[in-house]
Design a protein around this ligand. Sequence first.
Ligand code: ZN
Length: 91
Amino acid sequence: MGRRGIKEYRAPEALALIAADREHAPLVCPSCGTRSIQRVPRRRTSRPGAAAASAERISLTCQSCGRHASYIERGSDVPVDDTVTPRSASE
Ligand SMILES: [Zn+2]
C-alpha cells in the first residue's frame, strides 16, 4: 500500500519530535536535522488561559524532507510537569 507523498516518521523519531513540541523546545527534524518543522496549528504564545478545552490535533510536518507526525493534544487535561503542581500549597 503506497501512500506516496506523505512520509511518516519512524516511531522513535515521531516520539522525539512530539516530546520536543510538548516541552516547547525548538523543533528540529529528527530525520534530516533541519528546523523546517511546520506546526499546525501554530503554538499559542499568548493567553495561556485560553487553551482549548477540547482535544486538538497537532500536526508536525518537515518541509525539508516531507516527513510528518501528528498527535492529539488534550486541552485542559494536559499533564503537567512534576515541577509545576497547580494544587500545591498556596501561601
Ligand atoms: Zn526533515
